[in-house]
Structures are given as structure tokens and as C-alpha cells.
Write a protein that binds this ligand. Structure first.
Ligand SMILES: Cc1cc2nc3c(=O)[nH]c(=O)nc-3n(C[C@H](O)[C@H](O)[C@H](O)COP(=O)(O)OP(=O)(O)OC[C@H]3O[C@@H](n4cnc5c(N)ncnc54)[C@H](O)[C@@H]3O)c2cc1C
Length: 387
């Protein structure tokens, strides 16, 4: 099978590790052929979508072939009546959104920079945006997947209808796997109608857990309750309502928040991660948001994310040396774990920073990795515990 392969250059490096070749498959069968060949020759493979987040996760232990999914960019089937779409993994989120908008529908994730971000990369990194509070994350919206295993086997799980997975759900396993189990080739998602109207209630205000919880639980049904605190001091709360009577519902939420302006535009920081050389994800019980916010601020991080879903992204406010960052992460992790939360370092240039902390399921995850990829050829070393 004539899969296009070219010599790699410096721009193809995966977190500093240059591959030898770049393979550009155009079909699932071609992905399978590449992986089979790599298995025969013991070549290590890193899949790439838009290439925007290859610096998230540790550098691969070895990298012979970058499997660039850019040519697998077709929206295969949009069953608008069933609110379902099937797409190849290299489709950009923008292209997918444009195809769906034609029929008044959307995949309710909020990836910014969607011009480059691909379906496969979105699933493999499993980042969540503001509206995950209402619609769930990529993992929740995925109902079927086609993957190619490291030996070239093509495997399908789920289907075109919601709740159709017989047996183990490969989609859930591959979402967030960072390319370490195999290659995501196609995905089928559940869709939502595009909201007829949207309003944001935005207030620069002190927050209390009580008010945040009342906003999230309000009968006006907000789609997101977000907090932005860039400097450890000044906090902005923004609440999104979508659908009919959005304006009136946003005004009603002002009663709960006690302050705020209702606008038709998202605040400029909404759902954005901008400085991701050092990036942490913090999880915490929503009822402990104020403590999580204080802990992040004292540790020198900006805090942006979902109070309602108990998840925030922390960006480093300053450039800090390795030892200092390692110590800060350890302290912050201990504080958030005491609240019932956890801290994951999504990106750091330093090897000496503990990215994951204690992961109780690690022995099980190692066994899953051994089953799927006994030769350790898929993105080796890029996941929790050096998997
Ligand atoms: C809701 C949401 C909000 C986000 N917010 C932001 C933001 O504010 N700022 C920001 O910078 N980013 C944000 N992101 C992440 C951003 O969209 C990433 O660019 C994206 O997730 C990575 O896509 P990519 O195609 O560039 O993947 P790449 O960077 O190419 O790859 C990322 C990882 O996925 C693996 N991978 C890629 N494709 C496949 C495949 N087909 N099979 C198996 N593994 C694969 C790679 O090996 C790598 O480990 C957000 C994402 C979501 C979903």
C-alpha cells in the first residue's frame, strides 16, 4: 500500500524529540499498514493531529515515525435527524463545526484555535471547556470510535446510536490516552442543536462557595459557571445561559450573583488557555472552589475554569526554575488533595516536576498498556507513570 512518507525535519519534533519519518495516511487501512510495518521493524510511533499540543505530556522515550493525521480530514456522515456525526480523526474542529452549523447543530465542546485542533487530538488530550458543565466532556459526547492498535488491528467500538456499546468501551479508554494505546482513526459524536440565543452574566466580584453553588443549581439552567483570576486577587465570574429567553434568565441570575452585566459576547478570557509552557489542571469539589482558588493564587498561578464542574486550568504567572516549580507543585497538590481534589501537570519543560502525583489505578493502567502495546511503540513514556 503506497502510504505517503517523507523525511522528518526539525519542525516535526515531539516535545524536543525529532522523528525520523513522517507518515501521512489517507485511510484507516493505511494507518493499519503503517502500524503493522512499524511493528515488524520495532519503530516507535507518535500520532499527531494539528500538532498544537505535542508539548503537553513528557517527551517520548523514542520517536521514529510521526503519524500525521492531516489527510484523514473527511466528515463521513452527518445524520442530522439522529443528532449524530461520524468524522475522520484528522478533521479540524472548525471544519466539523462548519459542516454541522449548516444543519443548525454543534458538537458542544468549546475548543478554541479550532482551525488547527483535530477531532483525534481533542479526544486524545481530553481537555474540557466551560460548557462541559452542561453537556459533558469529549468522553461523554463520543458514542463510537474506530481505532488502530499498535499491531495494525482495526477495532471498532460503539456505533451510531447513543448507548450502543457492547462490551468494553474503547472510546472511553482512548479518550485522554495521549496516543499511548493506538491511533484514533474515526469518531462518532452525539450532537446538540445550536442555541437560538446566548447571554453571559459577567461580574468582577468576590466569590463565595455558596453563591457559586446556587448559580450552578439555579432553575435558569446555566450552561457554564466560570471563574477567572489572573493575579491571585481580582476575580471575575461569568455565567452562560443558552436558548430561549436567555436575556431574562441571565437577568434572573444577577439576583443570585448580586452584581453583573448581561452581554451577548463572551468575556475575552472565556475558555482560553493562553500560556501553556507550564500548565496545570486542578480538580476540586465544587463546594471547595474558594479554597482551591486561594491555593492556586498563593502558589503563583492564574486560575481559570469551571467552578460548577470543579475544574480549572492554572497558568504560571512567572518563569520559575525547575526546583521551585517542583516544590510548588508538590505543595499545591497536597493542599488540593486535602480538599478531595487533585493536580495534574499538563505541560512543563522540566523533567524533575512530578506531573501526575499518586495515581491509584497505575498498576491497572500499566497492565492495559502492556495488553494494547506490549512492544511499547506507541508514544512510549508520554503518559502517567512513564507508560
Ligand atoms: C473544550 C476544549 C478547550 C480547550 N481549550 C484550550 C485552550 O484554551 N488553549 C489551548 O491552547 N488549547 C485548548 N484546548 C486544547 C486544544 O484544542 C488542543 O489543540 C487539542 O486538544 C489538540 O489537538 P491537536 O489536533 O493539535 O492534537 P496534537 O497536538 O497533534 O496532539 C495532542 C496529543 O494527542 C495525540 N493524538 C493526536 N491525534 C491522535 C490520534 N488520531 N490518535 C491518537 N492520539 C492522537 C498526540 O500524540 C498528542 O499526545 C482545548 C480543547 C478542548 C476540547
Amino acid at each position: 500500500m503506497g502510504v505517503t512518507v517523507r523525511q522528518a525535519d526539525a519542525d516535526d519534533a515531539v516535545n524536543g524529540v525529532p522523528p525520523r519519518w513522517v507518515a501521512l495516511p489517507e485511510t484507516v487501512e493505511e494507518v493499519s499498514a503503517v502500524l503493522r510495518t512499524c511493528a515488524e521493524r520495532d519503530l516507535a510511533v507518535v500520532p499527531a493531529g494539528g500538532g498544537t499540543k505535542l508539548h503537553w505530556g513528557p517527551p517520548p522515550e523514542r520517536c521514529d515515525v510521526l503519524l500525521d493525521m492531516c489527510c484523514m480530514n473527511a466528515v463521513l456522515e452527518h445524520a442530522a435527524g439522529d443528532l449524530v456525526v461520524r468524522a475522520q480523526a484528522g478533521v479540524t474542529m472548525d471544519a466539523l463545526a462548519a459542516a454541522l452549523a449548516d444543519k443548525g447543530q454543534e458538537l458542544a465542546l468549546d475548543p478554541p484555535f479550532a482551525e488547527y485542533t483535530t477531532v483525534g487530538g481533542t479526544l486524545a488530550t481530553a481537555t474540557a471547556g466551560p460548557r462541559a458543565f452542561r453537556y459533558g466532556t469529549a468522553r461523554d459526547l463520543l458514542i463510537g470510535i474506530t481505532v488502530v492498535l499498535p499491531d495494525g488491528t482495526i477495532a471498532k467500538s460503539g456505533g451510531k446510536v447513543v448507548k450502543n456499546v457492547a462490551g468494553y468501551d474503547l472510546g472511553k479508554l482512548f479518550t485522554g490516552s495521549q496516543g499511548t494505546l493506538g491511533v484514533i482513526a474515526e469518531a462518532t459524536f452525539r450532537l446538540h442543536p445550536l442555541a437560538a440565543d446566548r447571554r453571559w452574566l459577567v461580574a468582577e466580584t468576590e466569590v463565595s462557595d455558596d453563591v457559586l453553588l446556587r448559580l450552578a443549581a439555579s432553575q435558569t439552567e446555566p450552561s457554564a459557571v466560570e471563574i477567572d483570576c489572573p493575579d491571585g486577587k481580582n476575580t471575575t465570574v461569568a455565567v452562560l445561559v443558552e436558548g430561549s429567553a436567555a436575556e431574562a434568565r441571565a437577568v434572573a441570575l444577577r439576583e443570585v450573583l448580586g452584581d453583573g452585566t448581561v452581554t451577548a459576547e463572551a468575556p475575552e478570557w472565556w475558555g482560553l488557555i493562553l500560556r501553556d509552557e507550564v500548565l496545570l489542571e486542578a480538580r476540586f469539589p465544587p463546594a471547595r472552589t474558594v479554597e482551591a482558588l486561594a491555593a492556586a493564587g498563593e502558589a503563583g498561578f492564574s486560575f481559570r475554569g469551571s467552578a460548577a464542574a470543579g475544574r480549572a486550568y492554572l497558568e504560571s504567572r512567572d518563569d520559575v526554575p525547575e526546583d521551585e516549580l517542583a516544590a510548588t507543585v508538590t505543595r499545591l497538590r497536597a493542599r488540593l488533595e486535602a480538599l478531595g481534589g487533585r493536580v495534574t501537570v499538563l505541560a512543563t519543560p522540566y523533567e524533575g516536576v512530578d506531573r501526575w502525583g499518586q495515581v491509584s489505578a497505575l498498576p491497572l493502567m500499566r497492565r492495559i498498556k502492556e495488553r494494547f502495546d506490549p512492544g511499547r511503540r506507541m508514544s512510549p513514556g508520554r503518559f502517567v507513570g512513564g507508560i
